[in-house]
Write a protein that binds this ligand. Structure first.
Ligand code: GTP
Length: 931
C-alpha cells in the first residue's frame, strides 16, 4: 500500500478537521522544525528514500499535528510511544497503533502533503516498538515455560511434588502441529529416524529435556531478534550448497568481479562479511578474526568457537581483536579456516552514475543513506557438518537470506533443511538460481525449482517474480582462476542481464524500501509461530489436565469409601481378636489359680507310708516331696491347659487373618506349643522352701489322745467320718479328717480282722517283724501299758483290799500313775507321727502358698506367656491391616498430590495460554503492509 496515494485519495473525500498550528505547544514546534530540516535533507537525496531512524525520531513527543503555517505541509512529530489520542481542544490527534494511525492521519489532514518518509518512518518505528514489546513479553512467557522441569528421578511414575509443573509432550501430535518448538529428531541433519521408533525410546522426561533445549534455542533466537529489530544495520546472508555461485553473485552485486575468489573447486571456507569502507575510515582492507585470540586481547589467547563469538569479540577500534590484510590476500585467506573464524572485508563499492548531468545516482547496495548493509558470503552448506551447523545458527543474526541454487542440482537435502529452518521466521527468502545458462530445458527446470520452493516457502512462491530469480548469464571466462588484479573493476558478466537487473532492483527495494518486511517481518513471523506453538502446547496440556482431573477425581471418589470401610472392618477384626485373647487369658488365669488352690486337696491314701520311727526322717522327706509334687502337678496341668487354649486361639486368629488377608497370611509360620513354658520352675519351687523342725513331728490333740488311750471306744466311726468331712473347713479338722480317712479306709478294708482292734492292720506281719518299731504305730504299746498297769492294780487290790483307796496307797501309786500316763502320752505321740508329719507339712505349705500368693503369681506368669504367644498372630494381623490401609491411604495421598500437581499445571498453562493469546492478537494487529 502506498500511503501517499492512499492519503491523497482520502484527503479528497474527507475533510474532518482543521487544525491550527497555534494549538501546538512550543516543544512540538521545535520538533517539527527538526523534522522538517531532516526531511528536506533526505528528500534532496532521494524522494522515495527513508530518513535515518535517529535523525527523525523525537524521543518522547507523540503528536501528529496539522501545520498550516508551513505551506500546508503536514509535519509529523514522531515518537517511540505508540499510544496516541485525539484532543479537540489542543487539536492533537493520537493513535493506538500504526495502521489506525495512518487512517487517522489521512482523515485529519485534509489536503496536506505529508512527507512519505516521515510517515513511513513513524509507522516503522511504531511497529518496531510494538514488536520489541511483544518480543519482551514472549521472552517472559518462554522463560516461564522453561520452569517446567523434567523429573529428577529415573522412575517417571514417581510422585511429583505438588508445585512441580506437569507437562505432556506427545511427540507425534506435537511434531505435527508445532513450528518452532517442534523437537528436532534428526541425527546429523540427514538421518531422519523413524518417529514411531524414536517415540518408543523416549519417555516424557527425555522429551521434556529435548523441549528445554528447543526453548533455550528460542530464547536465544528471540534475544537476537530483539537486537536485530533495533539494529539500524542489515545483514544479508548469501548461502547455498557448495559451488553454486555464491561468491560470483556476491561479486556481481557489489560490482567487483574479482573481490571474492571464485573457483570450480570448493574455495570459500570462511564466512566473509563485506562492509562499506566508510565504516573503516574509508580504508579498504580485511580484518581477519583469528580462532585463537591474541594474548594482548581481552580474551587473552582464548579460542573462539563460533562466528557469533567472533562477532561479539570483534571491535573495529581494537586492533588486538583482528589481523589486518590487504584485499588482494583474500583468495588465500578464504581457505584458512584452521586459522581464522571470520573475515570482515571493508570495500569501497562502485557507484554507477547514470542519467544526464549526474542527476540520478544509482545508489550502491552497501552505501546508502538508509541503513548499513553487510553482505555475508558463506561456505557451502554441504562442506562439512560443523560449517553447516554454523550457517544454520547464524540465521539468528541475519535479516535477509539470499539462497543460491545450482540449476543443475536444484534443491538438495541440505538446502531443504536450511530453508525449512529459515522459514521459521523468514516468510520471504530470496532465491537466486545460478548456472541456469547451462540448462537446456529451461522451462522444465524452472518449474521443478518453483515447485520445490512452493513446498518449502509458500509465501516466497506467491511472490516469485520478486523473490525468485533465474540468472542465465555465465561469468566471464577470465573470472575463473583469476588470480588477482583490479578489485575496483565494475565490468561484470551480469551487466547486460535484465534478470540480474531485476534481482538487484528487487533486492534493493526489499532491503531499503520495504524495511518493514525485510527487517520486521521476520521478527513478526517468528513471534507468531512461537506464540502459536505456545498456544497449541497450552491448549493440548490443559485438555490433558482436564481429562486427568476427571479420572483422578473418580479414582479418589472410589478410594475414599474403600478406606473408610477398611478402617471399620479392621477395627472390628482387631476388637474381636483382642476379646479372644482376653478370654483365653482369663480362662487360663482362673484355671491356674483354682488348680493351685486345690493342689493340696489330694487323696490322703496317696501319702507316703509311714515305716516306723526308725525311718522317720525318710518319711518326712517323702511327705515333703509328695506335697511339692502335688503343687508341681497342678502347675503342669495349668500350663497344659494354657497350651491347649493357646493352640485353639492361635488357630482361630490365623483363620480370621486368612479370611481377611488371604491364604498367604502367616502361611510361612507355624506355631509350636512345645516351646511354651520351657523355663524350669526351680525358682517357683524354691519360693516354697519350708524349714523342718521337731515340732513338725507332733501334733497332739485331746481328742486324739483320748481316742488313743480308750482304743477308740469314745469315737464311733460314723462320727469320725462326719467330722472328717467337716474338717476341710479348718486346719485342725483337716488333720483329723486325714487321720480318720486313713484309718477308716483301712478299717473298712478289714473290719473282720481282729488285728484291726490292735491297730496292726496298717502293715503286714513281715514288716512288723523286720521293723518292730512299727508296733508303736499300733495300740500294742497302750495295751501293754494297760496290761502291766491293770495287773499291778489288780495285784494291789487283791493284796491290800480296802487299803487300796487309802491316802497312803494313793501316795505310793501317784508316781506309777504319772509314769503310766507319760508312757501313754509318749506312746500316743509316737503313734501319731504318721498323721502329724503330713498334717504339719500340709499346714505349712498351705500357709506358704497363701503367703507367696503362689496361685496368682503363676497365673500371671502363665497368662504373660499366653499373651506373648497370642500377640504374634494378632500383631501380624494388625500390622498387615495397617500396611493394607496405609497402601490405600498412600494411593489416596498420591491421587491428591497428583490432583494438586494437575491443578498447579493447569493454572500455569492457562496463564501461558492467556498471555500467549493476548500477545498473538497484539502481533496480528501490527500491520507491516505500509512502507
Ligand atoms: N555457467 C555458470 N557458471 C557459474 C555461474 N555462477 C558461477 N559460476 C561458476 O561456478 C564456479 C563456482 O562459483 P563460485 O562463486 O566460486 O561458487 P561458490 O558457491 O562461491 O563456491 P564455494 O564458495 O566453494 O562454495 C565458478 O567457476 C564460477 O565461475 C553461472 O551462473 N553460470
Amino acid at each position: 500500500m502506498n500511503p501517499s496515494k492512499d492519503e491523497s485519495k482520502k484527503n479528497g473525500k474527507e475533510n474532518t478537521q482543521n487544525n491550527t498550528s497555534g494549538n501546538v505547544n512550543s516543544n512540538n514546534n521545535n520538533n517539527n522544525n527538526n523534522n522538517n530540516n531532516n526531511n528536506n535533507k533526505t528528500n534532496q537525496l532521494n524522494a522515495n528514500s527513508m530518513v535515518d531512524d535517529n535523525s527523525t525520531i523525537a524521543p518522547n513527543a507523540i503528536y501528529y499535528t496539522h501545520d498550516r503555517s508551513s505551506n500546508n505541509h503536514a509535519r509529523s512529530i514522531i515518537s517511540d510511544t505508540t499510544t496516541l489520542h485525539h484532543d479537540t481542544n489542543t487539536n492533537i490527534t493520537t493513535f493506538n497503533n500504526a495502521t489506525s494511525s495512518i487512517n487517522s492521519i489521512t482523515t485529519n489532514n485534509n489536503n496536506n502533503d505529508i512527507s512519505n518518509s516521515d510517515l513511513s518512518q513513524w509507522v516503522y518505528n511504531n511497529n518496531r516498538l510494538s514488536l520489541n514489546r511483544s518480543i519482551n513479553q514472549t521472552l517472559d512467557i518462554l522463560r516461564k515455560v522453561s520452569l517446567i522441569q523434567p523429573t529428577k528421578s529415573n522412575n517417571s511414575s514417581e510422585q511429583k511434588s505438588t508445585d512441580q509443573i506437569k507437562f505432556t509432550y506427545p511427540l507425534t501430535q506435537m511434531n505435527e502441529n508445532l513450528n518452532i518448538l517442534k523437537l528436532d529428531l534428526k541425527i546429523n541433519h540427514r538421518m531422519n529416524t523413524s518417529l514411531s521408533s524414536t517415540t518408543s525410546n523416549l519417555n516424557n522426561d527425555s522429551l521434556t529435556n529435548l523441549f528445554h533445549f528447543q526453548l533455550t534455542q528460542s530464547l536465544n533466537h528471540l534475544n537476537s531478534l530483539k537486537i536485530r529489530v533495533n539494529d539500524i544495520n542489515s545483514k544479508v546472508l548469501i548461502t547455498g550448497d557448495i559451488n553454486t555461485g555464491k561468491s560470483n553473485l556476491c561479486n556481481s552485486l557489489l560490482k567487483k568481479k574479482k573481490l571474492l575468489p571464485e573457483d570450480q573447486l570448493p574455495c570459500t571456507k570462511l564466512f566473509c562479511e563485506i562492509r562499506e569502507a566508510s565504516e573503516n575510515n574509508g580504508i579498504q582492507q580485511i580484518h581477519a578474526i583469528p580462532i585463537k585470540t591474541s594474548d594482548s586481547s581481552t580474551l587473552r589467547g582464548a579460542t573462539l568457537h563460533s562466528v557469533k563469538d567472533a562477532n561479539e569479540f570483534y571491535n573495529i577500534n581494537s586492533s588486538t581483536t583482528y589481523e589486518v590484510f590487504p584485499l588482494d590476500t583474500l583468495k588465500e585467506l578464504v581457505y584458512q579456516n584452521d586459522k581464522y573464524i571470520l573475515l570482515k572485508i571493508y570495500i569501497k563499492e562502485n557507484i554507477k552514475q547514470t542519467g544526464e548531468n549526474n542527476v540520478a545516482i544509482e545508489k550502491s547496495l552497501l552505501k546508502n543513506n538508509i541503513m548499513n548493509i553487510s553482505l555475508i558470503d558463506s561456505p557451502g552448506l554441504n562442506v562439512d557438518s560443523i560449517q553447516t551447523t554454523e550457517i544454520m545458527s547464524r540465521q539468528e543474526e541475519i535479516d535477509l537470506v539470499i539462497f543460491v541454487i545450482n540449476a543443475e542440482n536444484q534443491l538438495t537435502l541440505s538446502a531443504k533443511d536450511f530453508i525449512n529452518l529459515a522459514s521459521n521466521e523468514k516468510k520471504l527468502i530470496f532465491f537466486v538460481v545460478k548456472k541456469f545458462d547451462k540448462i537446456h530445458d529451461k522451462e522444465r527446470c524452472r518449474k521443478l525449482i518453483l515447485d520445490q520452493i512452493k513446498d518449502l516457502s509458500p509465501e516466497t512462491h506467491k511472490r516469485s517474480s520478486e523473490f525468485i530469480h533465474f540468472l542465465s548469464s555465465a561469468p566471464d571466462s577470465d573470472h575463473e582462476g583469476d588470480d588477482g588484479g583490479d578489485y575496483d573493476n565494475d565490468d561484470d558478466a551480469n551487466n547486460d542481464d535484465p534478470d540480474f537487473d531485476h534481482l538487484q532492483t528487487s533486492l534493493k527495494n526489499f532491503i531499503l524500501k520495504k524495511r518493514a518486511e525485510s527487517k520486521l517481518l521476520p521478527a513478526k513471523t517468528y513471534l507468531c509461530r512461537i506464540l502459536d506453538d505456545l498456544i497449541f502446547i497450552s491448549n493440548f496440556n490443559i485438555k490433558q489436565f482436564e481429562n486427568d482431573y476427571l479420572n483422578l477425581k473418580s479414582e479418589l471418589d472410589k478410594i475414599q469409601p474403600e478406606i473408610n470401610n477398611k478402617k471399620i472392618h479392621f477395627q472390628r477384626l482387631n476388637n474381636n481378636i483382642d476379646a479372644l485373647i482376653e478370654n483365653t487369658i482369663d480362662s487360663c488365669s482362673k484355671f491356674t489359680r483354682q488348680k493351685i488352690e486345690n493342689s493340696l486337696n489330694f487323696q490322703f491314701i496317696d501319702l507316703p507310708n509311714y515305716t516306723g520311727i526308725v525311718n522317720l526322717y525318710e518319711f518326712v522327706l517323702k511327705t515333703q516331696i509328695f506335697i511339692k509334687n502335688q503343687i508341681l502337678n497342678s502347675l503342669n496341668e495349668a500350663e497344659q491347659f494354657a497350651k491347649d487354649s493357646t493352640i485353639k486361639s492361635v488357630e482361630t486368629i490365623v483363620e480370621l487373618g486368612k479370611a481377611e488377608l488371604g491364604d498367604e497370611f502367616m502361611s510361612n509360620r507355624s506355631f509350636n506349643s512345645n516351646l511354651m513354658f520351657t523355663k524350669v520352675h526351680h525358682n517357683d519351687i524354691k519360693a516354697l522352701y519350708i524349714p523342718l523342725s521337731f515340732k513338725d513331728m507332733v501334733s497332739p490333740s485331746w481328742t486324739g489322745f483320748i481316742s488313743y488311750v480308750t482304743c477308740g471306744l469314745f469315737q464311733p466311726f460314723n462320727k469320725r467320718i462326719k467330722s472328717g468331712s467337716a474338717s476341710e473347713k479348718n486346719d485342725r479338722n483337716k488333720s483329723q479328717a486325714m487321720q480318720d480317712s486313713k484309718q477308716v479306709t483301712t478299717q473298712i478294708k478289714s473290719t473282720s480282722n481282729a488285728l484291726t482292734k490292735l491297730g496292726l492292720n496298717n502293715y503286714s506281719m513281715d514288716q512288723y517283724w523286720l521293723n518292730p518299731s512299727l508296733l508303736f504305730s499300733s495300740k500294742i504299746p497302750a495295751m501293754a501299758v494297760y496290761s502291766v498297769g491293770g495287773a499291778k492294780a489288780l495285784e494291789s487290790i487283791l493284796f491290800n483290799g480296802i487299803k487300796f483307796f487309802s491316802w497312803d496307797i494313793i501316795k505310793h501309786s501317784i508316781g506309777p500313775i504319772f509314769l503310766t500316763a507319760s508312757v501313754l502320752a509318749a506312746a500316743y505321740l509316737i503313734q501319731d507321727i504318721s498323721r502329724a508329719v503330713p498334717f504339719n507339712l500340709l499346714i505349712k505349705y498351705e500357709t506358704k502358698l497363701k503367703e507367696k500368693n503362689y496361685g496368682q503369681l503363676n497365673a500371671d506368669r502363665i497368662t504373660r506367656e499366653v499373651r506373648n504367644v497370642l500377640r504374634v498372630p494378632s500383631r501380624s494381623i494388625l500390622t498387615t491391616c495397617d500396611i493394607n490401609l496405609d497402601q490405600k491411604q498412600g494411593t489416596r495421598r498420591e491421587i491428591e498430590s497428583k490432583i494438586a500437581c494437575n491443578n498447579t499445571s493447569m493454572t500455569f498453562f492457562k496463564q501461558i495460554l492467556d498471555r500467549s493469546t493476548k500477545q498473538r492478537t497484539l502481533i496480528d494487529s501490527i500491520s507491516l503492509d505500509i512502507d
